[in-house]
Design a protein around this ligand. Structure first.
Ligand code: CO
Length: 174
C-alpha cells in the first residue's frame, strides 16, 4: 500500500464532477487500499478519490460504530466500521436536518457549520462491483453526505452558514 498526497484548495480536481467507475480491476483494489491507508494516516474518518487527485466516484469511510464510546475507556475496543463505496448515490433523505461543525482534509484549518440530512439512504457498489444499499443516520450519514459532495465538486465551505479558524486542532476531518 502507498500513501497518496491529499490535495487542498484551490486544486481544480476538487471542483470537478468525478467520473463513474466501470472497471473493478486490480488497479481499483490498489487505489481503494491506498485511500484507506491515506485516510488513516491523515488521520481522517472519510476520504473521496478527488482528494488524492483522482477524479473517480470512490469514497472510503471509517468510524466507530458506537459514537458514544469514542471518548470512553472502551474506545480502543469499540469496533470500527470501514466502508469503501463505489459510484455512491443518495437515493433518499430524511426531512429532519441537523446543523453541526465539519472539517475537511482538503481545507486545512477551517471548520464550518453545515446543515445535513439526519438520515440518508446510499446506493452504490462495493469494491467487487456488487450492489449495496446503506441506511445511515446521524454522524455517519453526515460523513457520507460530505464525501459524496466531493464527487460532485462541492466543498463544505459552499454550504456552511459560518466558517471559522478554530484554536484547537480539528478532529474527525473528512
Ligand atoms: Co472533505
Amino acid at each position: 500500500m502507498t500513501l497518496r498526497t491529499i490535495v487542498t484548495t484551490p486544486e481544480p480536481v476538487l471542483r470537478r464532477k468525478a467520473r463513474p467507475v466501470t472497471k473493478f480491476d486490480d488497479k481499483l483494489q490498489t487505489l481503494i487500499d491506498d485511500m484507506v491507508e491515506t485516510m488513516r494516516e491523515a488521520p481522517g474518518v472519510g476520504l473521496a478519490a478527488p482528494q488524492i487527485g483522482i477524479s473517480e466516484r470512490i469514497i472510503v469511510v471509517e468510524y466507530f460504530e458506537n459514537e458514544e464510546d469514542e471518548d470512553s475507556e472502551e474506545a480502543e475496543s469499540a469496533p470500527k466500521k470501514l466502508y469503501a463505496i463505489i459510484n455512491p448515490e443518495i437515493t433518499r433523505t430524511s426531512p429532519e436536518k441537523e446543523v453541526a461543525p465539519e472539517g475537511c482534509l482538503s481545507i486545512p484549518g477551517l471548520l464550518g457549520e453545515v446543515e445535513r440530512h439526519l438520515g440518508v439512504t446510499v446506493k452504490g457498489q462495493n469494491r467487487r462491483g456488487q450492489p449495496v444499499t446503506l441506511k445511515l443516520k446521524g454522524w455517519v450519514a453526515r460523513i457520507f453526505q460530505h464525501e459524496i459532495d466531493h464527487l460532485n465538486g462541492v466543498l463544505f465551505t459552499d454550504l456552511a452558514t459560518r466558517v471559522w479558524k478554530p484554536e484547537e486542532p480539528i478532529e474527525d476531518k473528512v
